[in-house]
Design a protein around this ligand. Structure first.
Ligand code: 3AL
Length: 455
């Protein structure tokens, strides 16, 4: 079993097949799943030599639909080579790259082509690309859809980078009208600047305390933005998606909109489910992200909402930067880059916390694979172990405990709030398009990931 090898038959006693977990063999051919043969199948074919993984879990590879790769232009923050290696080491078989933080941002067909050139030949996992909506680029949206982007992200507040300006409600009306009837989806960074906060001006509170940053981005910023998104979604009947929901308070609004017929989905991230404001040390700016990590009480509400399917999926929002930009020297939360690096650790982070709350392996497949695949219009070929589907598979040990150390991090910049954490769930091997892209610390000599375009 070597990295780079094409796999013919895989077997284990714990294969996640829909709602069932059973002993089965998976036959792969030409990058696809050709057949699934359960051990209970009396008419078992002769399968030849299988790679036998004993009782390790075999399931569809994780799909992380919220990843900032930053190449070209800010490749020192993160690039395709390093991002997709860390994804492969984390059991992810497809990422969907966000349209901002790279220069250029993916806001036109020409810029998309630049991104594709940058990614070509560098991806250890499959990579699809979100487009971006910025003021005045409505005419670029349909050409980008024709080129295969699954949808578009916009910011309702400053994005953190000047070349990706945020939109106003007026811009959104134009973009939504353009997307009507296309089947495309609009992704919203849902925070709005509040008038009363603007008037209060700069706080005199200590910028090295996490609470100072948290107070600068209260829950109502999310609540008001989500309200606006829901109204647009209901009016235009264009698929809308709230990225990285942090405030559980906004869920009553999304619930009501969905009930009223809005084609709306909601994601949250591993950091909102695993980190809590009360435990963020003074000056620990590597915990800064937007919207902010909130209280423990809020976190439990997010877990409940996930259980009740009021939140549809969990993703990383991997948004790394150089170590210097995190301003660890001064520890000033207000000046540090907002964004958390965690791409590699989504699966074990989620499992470690989710299993304590009664989630199952089948729930993982739903929340980390199938729902993000649906969002990205990839579900007809990915995220299920079914004949005809792409052979994108993870083999992992949910019981193995290990500690995150700098040596095991494959992100370009190793700073992550999870250093030193003990997690359950070790990825043993990741298969992309039928080839082993990662196995036990080794990567394929040639990156097997494909650039993905949706029809
Ligand atoms: N520009 C950028 O990556 N922003 C991301 N960072 C973060 O913390 N939230 C985001 O949306």
């Amino acid at each position: 079993m070597e990295a780079g090898m094409a796999v013919k038959v895989l077997k284990s006693q714990r294969v996640v097949l829909g709602q069932e977990i059973c002993s089965a063999s998976i036959v792969l051919k030409d990058g696809k799943i050709q057949d699934i043969v359960k051990d209970s199948d009396k008419n078992k074919l002769h399968l030849g030599q299988a790679m036998d993984f004993g009782d390790l879990v075999i399931m569809p590879g994780v799909i992380d639909s919220h990843v900032h790769v930053n190449e070209p232009g800010r490749t020192d923050w993160e690039g395709y080579w390093t991002a997709t290696r860390s994804a492969a080491a984390g059991g992810i078989t497809t990422i969907v790259d966000m349209p901002l933080n790279s220069i250029p941002p993916t806001t036109s067909l020409r810029h998309l082509q630049t991104k594709l050139q940058a990614a070509e030949g560098q991806c250890f996992v499959n990579t699809a690309f979100w487009g971006g909506v910025i003021p005045g680029n409505e005419q670029e949206l349909r050409p980008m859809i024709s080129a295969g982007v699954p949808g578009f992200k916009c910011f309702m507040i400053h994005s953190g980078v000047d070349e990706f300006p945020h939109v106003t409600e007026k811009d959104l009306h134009k973009a939504m009208a353009e997307l009507q009837g296309t089947g495309s989806v609009m992704l919203f960074h849902a925070e709005l600047e509040l008038e009363d906060l603007k008037q209060t001006g700069k706080s005199k509170a200590d910028p090295c305390e996490y609470s100072t940053f948290l107070d600068s981005r209260p829950e109502n910023m999310e609540v008001e933005a989500v309200q606006q998104v829901c109204q647009l979604c209901l009016r235009y009947q264009v698929r809308c998606h709230i990225v990285h929901l942090s405030s559980a308070k906004a869920l009553s609004i999304t619930d009501a909109a969905r009930k009223a017929g809005a084609p709306l989905t909601v994601e949250t991230t591993h950091h909102y489910l695993n980190l809590a404001a009360e435990h963020i040390p003074r000056s620990a700016t590597h915990f800064k992200c937007c919207p902010p990590i909130r209280s423990q009480v809020n976190q439990e509400k997010l877990w409940h909402a996930l259980k009740e399917a009021r939140i549809d999926m969990v993703v990383s929002d991997h948004s790394p930067c150089t170590v210097g930009m995190k301003k660890l020297g001064t520890g000033n939360f207000l000046e540090a880059w907002g964004g958390i690096a965690s791409l590699q650790f989504g699966l074990p982070l989620f499992w470690t916390s989710a299993k304590k709350r009664g989630f199952s392996l089948q729930d993982i497949v739903m929340l980390l694979c199938q729902k993000p695949a649906e969002l990205s219009s990839l579900a007809s070929r990915k995220a299920s172990l079914l004949p005809g589907y792409d052979a994108d598979i993870v083999i992992w040990d949910p019981d193995k405990e290990y500690e995150i150390t700098e040596e095991c991090v494959h992100h370009k910049n190793k700073l992550t709030p999870y250093l030193g954490c003990k997690l359950h769930g070790e990825v043993i091997a990741t298969i992309v398009a039928g080839k082993i892209t990662y196995i036990k610390g080794q990567f394929a000599p040639e990156p097997p990931g494909q650039l993905l375009f949706v029809k």
